[in-house]
Design a protein around this ligand. Structure first.
Ligand code: GDP
Ligand code: ZN
Length: 462
């Protein structure tokens, strides 16, 4: 398979498509130097020594060796491996940033024996050549696609190896536990309480609790990176659309005096206390014989199913109606975070809603704006779940990593029970499993299929 063949030299336009001040062609692989030599004509004869001084920009022209046609005036740089991004010899050509001129230069490069790089192939090579582990490679794509400065900060920390070193620390602890368990296996009769206690302490502090922390961070991180989806649901006319408008700060949803007018689901991205939410305003969830209304009801149920947070809106002044109870029941089934919002407080001044189960009620008026700040705080808290995200180092595992962390956690927890039973052999097996799962975060033992999937998310040229 092409992407695995490191003996080939690859090339691509590394800058985004379209017109720009400059455009960069990147070449990586064993032919980088000879290709550059064959197509590059330095402006000064003093640059004629080959290979040129590493990391020095040289001015010159790209000339087609066959036709001697000049393709562009450029700056070229050569970077010898293994200290480069890919770990291979790399050449970069900075030309004028127009798509036609860049394609002409790229074609000239390809005519000299390079092939077009696949998406993410430069970074894949960096991984295969040991320049970075998989957690760092994955972070490169997150960094490029980061939509908020917070997401970029986290991605940059991962590129820098923050997750990698955390995982390596846990792996060290696993090794230490395994060594002690092996010893216990060999001398199982005289394994004292002291040794068992030592292993348990190491396992708890060095493996289980840091794994739990990372898995939790992944959960929060998803919300961080992708934003949280919040469905606003409730019976018709309680003020869902008004509330959405008030939070979004603009008139988008249809607000009406007739119950059930919002037929469709309307989505609105909003920034609440620095966090990204996508609000969805749905039709009232009630059984209805009206066909159009029924479609709306189904959409609302779907919206709840796809949400991270359900904001159940009820009208202040009374307790939950049976319909509200039913909505709450559905919300609890579809999503683990629920906010109870009592609206129209302006009509019921002094009303104090009683808490329903664990849900602290939030009292607001979409009309006057009363309580909206409290609602925003409650939305933020439900996302943070009481944790201070900013204080934590920016380590946020992605979904794939989260899966690996969770299976490692499962095996380590299993091992803990075995250790308590002094079933050393089983404990040894579970610890080995924990290690294997955890190593996948770094990319060890990850199948080529999964690598394909990861790197296909990249753009060409990265
Ligand atoms: P939805 O059907 O749940 O989306 O409710 P709407 O947002 O369409 O509102 C229904 C009616 O209640 C409209 O007449 C709104 O102006 C009114 N309404 C919404 N929120 C408030 C509020 O906080 N106070 C008062 N007095 N009226 C409100
Ligand atoms: Zn509405």
């Amino acid at each position: 398979f092409g992407a695995m063949n490191l003996s080939q030299t690859i090339a691509a336009i590394a800058t985004p498509p379209g017109v720009g001040g400059i455009g960069v062609i990147r070449i990586s692989g064993p032919l980088s130097s000879s290709i550059l030599k064959s197509i590059f004509q330095p402006a000064h004869s003093s640059f004629d020594i080959w290979p040129p001084q590493a990391y020095k920009l040289i001015r010159g022209k790209i000339v087609d060796p066959k036709t001697t046609a000049v393709k562009d005036e450029v700056l070229a740089v050569f970077m010898p491996g293994p200290g480069t991004y890919t770990g291979e010899d790399v050449a970069e050509i900075q030309g004028h940033g127009g798509p036609v001129v860049l394609s002409a230069v790229l074609e000239t490069v390809l005519s000299q024996g390079a092939r077009l790089a696949e998406p993410g192939e430069f970074t894949r090579r960096a991984f295969l050549n040991g320049r970075m582990d998989l957690s760092q490679a994955e972070a490169v794509v997150d960094l490029i696609h980061a939509r908020t400065s917070r997401a970029a900060k986290t991605a940059a920390a991962h590129v820098g190896g923050a997750l990698k070193s955390r995982v390596e620390g846990i792996l060290d602890s696993i090794m230490e536990c395994r060594a002690q368990i092996e010893a216990a296996l060999d001398f199982s009769d005289d394994t004292g309480d002291g040794e068992t206690k030592w292993i348990l302490a190491k396992l708890d502090q060095g493996v289980i609790s840091p794994l739990k922390e990372l898995a939790e961070a992944a959960e929060l991180g998803k919300a961080h990176m992708e934003g949280l989806r919040a469905a606003i649901v409730g019976r018709p006319n309680v003020g869902k659309s008004s509330l959405m408008n008030a939070l979004a700060g603009q008139e988008r949803s249809i607000v009406t005096e007739t119950p059930g007018a919002t037929r469709d689901v309307i989505r609105e991205p909003v920034l609440i206390r620095g966090l990204h939410f996508t609000l969805s305003d749905t039709a009232g969830l009630r059984t209805s014989s009206d066909a159009v209304e029924m479609i709306g009801v189904q959409r609302a149920k779907d919206a709840m199913g796809e949400s991270d947070l359900v904001m159940l809106v009820v009208e202040a002044g009374s307790d939950l109606s049976p319909e509200d109870q039913e909505l709450l029941h559905q919300a609890e089934h579809s999503c683990n975070r629920v906010l109870m919002v009592y609206n129209k407080m302006d009509l019921h001044p002094g009303f104090i809603p009683s808490p329903v189960r664990d849900y602290a009620p939030v009292a607001v008026s979409a009309k006057t704006g009363q309580g909206l700040d409290g609602l925003r705080r409650a939305m933020e808290n439900s996302l943070r779940q009481g944790r201070e995200l900013d204080a934590a180092p920016g380590i946020i595992p992605n979904l794939r990593q989260k899966g690996a962390l969770e299976s490692a956690l499962e095996s380590a927890t299993e091992a803990r029970s075995r250790i308590l039973e002094e079933a050393w052999e089983l404990a040894a097996f579970d610890m080995e499993e924990a290690q294997k799962s955890l190593e996948q975060v770094l990319g060890l033992g990850v199948s080529p299929d999964i690598l394909d999937r990861i790197f296909s998310d990249f753009c060409i040229g990265k």
